[in-house]
Ligand binder design. Structure first.
Ligand SMILES: NC(=O)C1=CN([C@@H]2O[C@H](COP(=O)(O)OP(=O)(O)OC[C@H]3O[C@@H](n4cnc5c(N)ncnc54)[C@H](OP(=O)(O)O)[C@@H]3O)[C@@H](O)[C@H]2O)C=CC1
Ligand SMILES: O=C(O)CCC(=O)C(=O)O
Ligand SMILES: [Mg+2]
Length: 743
């Protein structure tokens, strides 16, 4: 990747953010050119990653570079300046759909081998496996995370509070997690005394040694953990919770993070489906095996696979599945209208977004008839599930949060270098036989950590590099100093991994001047309680957390405070000196694409993108001494403030202002701010014509943008839409486009 210090790399991703970027990027390039800043796009969509994995199957003209690896390398250089939009973390179902779409477009990709038998099929599957789940973010996140609601955004939410459903003390909604036999229960952790190379191996009861991972190179002072989830305990837990939900009449819902935890959580999910439909699986298990049914990919997989059977057999299976519901609790729905349940796909309900949505809804989820109901939210891993029960307890006692008055909770997250559980998928294994699972020093044979495991258990090793922890502590202190807010490190001394972290945090805090700062360490549940007590009094508290809580809290608090995590500023100061600017803290909003295609209205809010771009330009301006870039940043921030003040964000309703209209207003305010500033006359002169053209044509442009709405449109694909068609759909105002050309 050729990027000098004056280049911003702008990622092209998937779904709603991709569509929005297609309209925004030409605008950004126009403005940035005035400061001699190049804005270069880099396609890291799931389609592009799939194509990059199979160059030999494609014609020369069809081949695409492996942009993700190139970007990954760039994050290690000080000149890196990357704007990162949210991307699809694909389930197997989405991957297969993507492959089919590409094949249909003439790309001779191999089919996804669901049950690979030959070596060749296994190799193809391994290549596709790299495109599944969270395979982008961990590659690029070579820094820790700083996510917060900028002041103007928080003020806007206070003045324009979003709806919050009421909480009743009589609510029966609650969280259920395992109390023993889960990853938390038997975790072991250590800090390395020196750099080592280790292997992960299973010594079976029958005396075999199975090497699961031959080599992982660890650095001096790195923290490693070994933990496992007992299959027996998990099944017993599900049995008990499903029955409890039935007896007490609450809906059952399962919340996992099958994207980031792409090896362990689909298995955890699959066990739940099999227990729920136990009787049908007992009756048809052999047939399901023959058909290659894998419910780790959800009931969608089962329904897809049985479609090849004779109709009468299909009907019998469906009857037997439905019969299970008679003695099982109601299931929370993902889409009541379409009959899609919580078990459809492991990626449909993603815990970071799904739990805040439930809490915002007064602890309720949708039933099969489209009614909101109390729910048992099941998160088998107890390690972090407890925070949700704590916030639910708080809401039952104090009522729903009030966005008008509540404080803010920014996050400083330990994320760099694939920290903790979120970097563990290549070190996670489903155990084949009873035995002892060891992490062993390759050179000396010394067993560093050891666990007794049984067949079907899920065993994993997590890593966290010392340099990442040290940088995280530094970032937390910097944020405390710059914001004046207290910082709470959410660390539990009773959890072995976090006990190691506490020692390091205490040590690295000594490297900084912390005079006058309020920095505390608390277990998660206490930290939640403490933070919430402050939140309802309008007080702000920075949460400094590990990687999983970073993810959970940066949807949870923004959704309570702002109604969405799309309006977050999300900065990743890269450890090698560069910067990555993520846009918001949420995902790629698949439902928004559906609305665009059916009604030509894109309700996606690009505010996170506007905020990220301003910081990116500012950083570039400071690092290269480019005063024009600094002015672009300052004026963009002012324009974003104006956009909020004037309420020009996109509406969810077709016929009203949408993403494109919001981008137009941003451009107008930005040009006006540039024309009005006096620091740089050249810039002022350059943008005055555009400012005038956009201001004078406000009515015409907004009418043009409105006129196109209400009809179905064709964007020529889902995973690889047609660039020309997208351009036509996303840039429909001839007047706006012509005005931009004058800048
Ligand atoms: N950084 C990243 O790359 C991330 C990627 N993802 C990926 O995104 C996909 C979807 O994940 P999901 O868990 O459904 O989470 P999303 O954040 O995509 O969606 C949850 C809901 O939040 C609202 N929302 C989110 N962002 C915006 C925005 N910019 N403007 C307006 N509304 C917004 C939408 O609500 P409504 O529908 O009511 O308008 C949306 O349906 C998955 O493939 C997931 O893996 C998820 C998180 C982060
Ligand atoms: O990479 C992903 O799959 C999701 C990332 C995410 O949810 C987050 O960082 O908040
Ligand atoms: Mg998240």
């Amino acid at each position: 990747m050729n990027a000098d210090k004056s280049t911003i790399i702008y990622t092209l991703t998937d779904e709603a953010p991709l569509l929005a970027t297609c309209a925004f990027l030409p605008i950004v390039q126009k403005f940035a050119a005035a400061a001699d800043v190049k804005v270069v796009s880099s396609d890291i969509s799931v389609a592009s990653r799939v194509l990059a994995a199979f160059p030999e199957c494609l014609t020369e003209a069809q081949r695409v570079p492996d942009t993700l690896s190139e970007l990954g390398k760039l994050t290690l250089k000080p000149e890196a300046n990357i704007i990162k939009l949210p991307n699809i973390s694909a389930s197997v179902g989405q991957l297969i759909a993507c492959i089919r779409e590409l094949q249909g477009k003439g790309y001779a990709l191999p089919d996804y081998p669901e049950a690979p038998k030959t070596e060749e099929e296994k190799a193809i599957r391994a290549r596709y496996a790299k495109c599944i789940g969270s395979s982008v973010n961990p590659v690029l996140r070579e820094g820790n995370s700083d996510r917060r609601a900028p002041k103007a955004v928080k003020e806007f939410a206070r003045k324009n509070p979003h709806s919050m459903a009421e909480w009743s003390q009589a609510s029966r909604s609650h969280v259920s997690h395992m109390h023993s036999g889960d990853f938390y229960h038997g975790e072991k952790s250590m800090t390395l005394d020196r750099a080592r190379e280790v292997k992960m191996e299973l010594i079976t009861k029958s005396g075999k040694t199975i090497v699961l991972k031959p080599s992982t190179k660890l650095l001096d002072r790195e923290v490693i953990d070994s933990m496992f989830m007992s299959k027996k305990a998990l099944e017993a837990f599900y049995e008990q919770e499903i029955e409890d939900a039935r007896k007490t009449g609450v809906m059952f819902s399962l919340h996992v993070k099958a994207t980031m935890m792409k090896v362990s959580h689909p298995i955890v999910f699959g066990h739940c489906v099999k227990i729920f439909y136990k009787d049908a699986f007992a009756k048809h298990g052999d047939l399901f095996k023959e058909l290659g049914v894998n419910v780790n990919n959800g009931m969608a997989d089962l329904y897809g696979k049985i479609a090849s059977l004779p109709q009468s057999k299909q009907d019998e299976i469906k009857r037997d599945l439905h019969a299970c519901h008679e003695h099982r609790p109601e299931l929370a729905m993902v889409d009541s209208a379409k009959g899609i349940t919580n078990f459809h796909s492991p990626n449909d309900i993603i815990v970071d977004a799904s739990m805040p949505a439930m809490i915002r809804n007064g602890g309720k989820m949708w039933d099969a008839n489209g009614r909101l109901k109390d729910v048992k939210a099941v998160m088998p891993e107890s390690t972090f599930a407890r925070i949700y029960q704590e916030i639910i307890n708080f809401c039952k006692w104090h009522g729903a949060f009030d966005p008008k008055t509540m404080g803010t909770v920014p996050n400083v997250g330990l994320m760099a270098q694939q920290a903790e559980e979120y970097g563990s998928h290549d070190k996670t294994f489903e155990i084949a036989e009873d035995g002892v699972a060891n992490i062993t020093d390759v050179a000396t044979g010394e067993v560093l950590l050891s666990q007794n495991v049984e067949a079907g258990d899920i065993w994993r090793m997590c890593q966290c590099k010392d340099a990442a922890i040290r940088d995280w502590v530094k970032l937390a202190v910097t944020r405390a100093r710059n914001s004046g807010m207290p910082v709470v490190f959410w660390l539990d001394q009773y959890r072995p991994h976090e006990a190691q972290l506490i020692t390091k945090v205490k040590m690295y805090l000594h490297e900084h001047d912390t005079t006058g700062l309020d920095i505390q360490i608390m277990s998660q549940v206490r930290a939640m309680r403490y933070t919430l007590e402050r939140v309802i009094r309008g007080l702000d508290t920075i949460s400094a957390t590990g990687n999983i809580l970073r993810d959970y809290l940066t949807d949870l608090f923004p959704i309570m405070e702002l109604g969405t995590s799309a309006k977050m500023l999300s900065v990743v100061p890269l450890m090698s000196g560069g910067g990555m600017y993520e846009t918001g803290a949420g995902g790629s909003a698949p439902k928004h694409v559906q609305q665009l295609v059916e009604e030509n209205h894109l309700r996606w809010d690009s505010l996170g993108e506007f905020l990220a771009l301003a910081v990116s330009l500012e950083d570039l301006g400071i690092k290269t001494g480019n005063s024009k870039a600094k002015i672009l940043a300052k004026t963009l921030d002012a324009a974003t403030g104006k956009l909020l003040d004037n309420n020009k964000g996109p509406s969810p309703k077709t016929g009203q202002l949408d993403n494109r209209g919001s981008q137009y207003y941003l451009s107008m305010y930005w040009a006006q701010e540039l024309a009005a500033q006096t620091e740089d006359k050249e810039l002022a002169a350059r943008f005055s014509k555009l400012a005038r053209a956009l201001t004078d044509n406000e009515q015409k442009i907004t009418e043009e943008l409105k006129a196109v709405q209400g009809h179905a449109v064709d964007i020529g694909g889902y995973y690889l839409p047609d660039t020309k068609k997208v351009d036509a759909v996303m840039r429909p105002s001839a007047t706006f486009n012509a005005a931009l050309e004058t800048a």
